[in-house]
Design a binder for this molecule. Structure first.
Ligand SMILES: Nc1nc2c(ncn2[C@@H]2O[C@H](COP(=O)(O)OP(=O)(O)O)[C@@H](O)[C@H]2O)c(=O)[nH]1
Ligand SMILES: Nc1ncnc2c1ncn2[C@@H]1O[C@H](COP(=O)(O)OP(=O)(O)O)[C@@H](O)[C@H]1O
Length: 205
């Protein structure tokens, strides 16, 4: 029997909302049955970040060559750096019938909406704009100037919320993770169309 293609899950939202934190929490649990697609970026590694684990760190030249070669499913420039999803890994994993989880910013998600509208789109929203600013400042990984730019960008990013299949508020990390997992399970039930199998059984097919 032909294996069903896996589900492409896109988690997006403004910088600082907690996408990385929620994603790490989701993948820290045994039994997570979707695969994380490691992105490429031209941004410098932060302290503790490992090449090939957190990101594939590339030069601008390397990244631009990949764009030209069509090696990325989507890519975007975000506050001065490129970020993108390697195409081959996503395709191979989905073809093998496994779900793939992307954690990306909103421009990239918009490209996937064009190229793969059958994907599942989840927007992670902050409890408030003030809380979003507090989280960005509290993380302490960027300079004041970059934080300011990220906050400006966040306002535009929040406007994209209504385009998503689901919006999950990241109030408590565990709460957000539980909702995301519930959405993925529900989406599989919706797509599996068990009723089709029953109808053909009832018809004696
Ligand atoms: N379009 C796109 N965005 C990505 C990708 N990987 C990460 N991002 C997003 O790029 C933005 C900046 O990422 P980063 O510099 O790691 O900061 P942080 O996610 O805010 O900690 C975040 O919104 C990420 O979710 C990718 O492959 N494609
Ligand atoms: N639910 C939450 N409640 C409080 N703080 C959070 C929550 N989720 C994430 N954070 C904190 O907010 C900051 C930004 O989170 P991060 O995962 O880096 O965001 P993003 O990947 O969306 O840019 C981090 O300091 C993180 O510890």
């Amino acid at each position: 029997m032909r294996k069903e293609r896996g589900l492409l899950i896109v988690l997006s939202g403004p910088s600082g909302v907690g996408k990385g934190t929620v994603r790490k929490e989701l993948f820290s649990k045994a039994g997570t049955n979707y695969e994380y697609s490691i992105s490429m970026t031209t941004r410098s590694p932060r302290e503790g970040e490992v090449d090939g684990v957190d990101y594939f760190f590339k030069t601008r030249e390397e990244f631009e060559t990949l764009i030209e070669e069509g090696g990325l499913l989507e890519h975007a420039e975000f506050v001065g750096n490129y970020y993108g999803t390697p195409l081959a890994y996503v395709n191979e994993t989905l073809d093998a019938g496994r779900d793939v989880f992307l954690e990306i910013e909103v421009q990239g998600a918009a490209q996937i909406r064009e190229k793969a509208p059958e994907a599942l789109f989840i927007f992670l929203a902050p409890p408030s704009i003030t809380e979003l600013q507090n989280r960005l400042i509290g993380r302490g990984t960027e300079t004041e100037e970059i934080i300011k730019k990220r906050i400006e960008t966040a306002r535009e990013e929040l406007e994209m919320m209504s385009l998503y299949d689901y919006v999950v508020e990241n109030d408590e990390i565990q709460n957000a993770c539980d909702k995301i997992n519930a959405i993925i399970v529900a989406e599989h039930c919706r797509r599996d169309r068990v009723e089709k199998r029953y109808l053909s059984m009832l018809r004696g097919e």
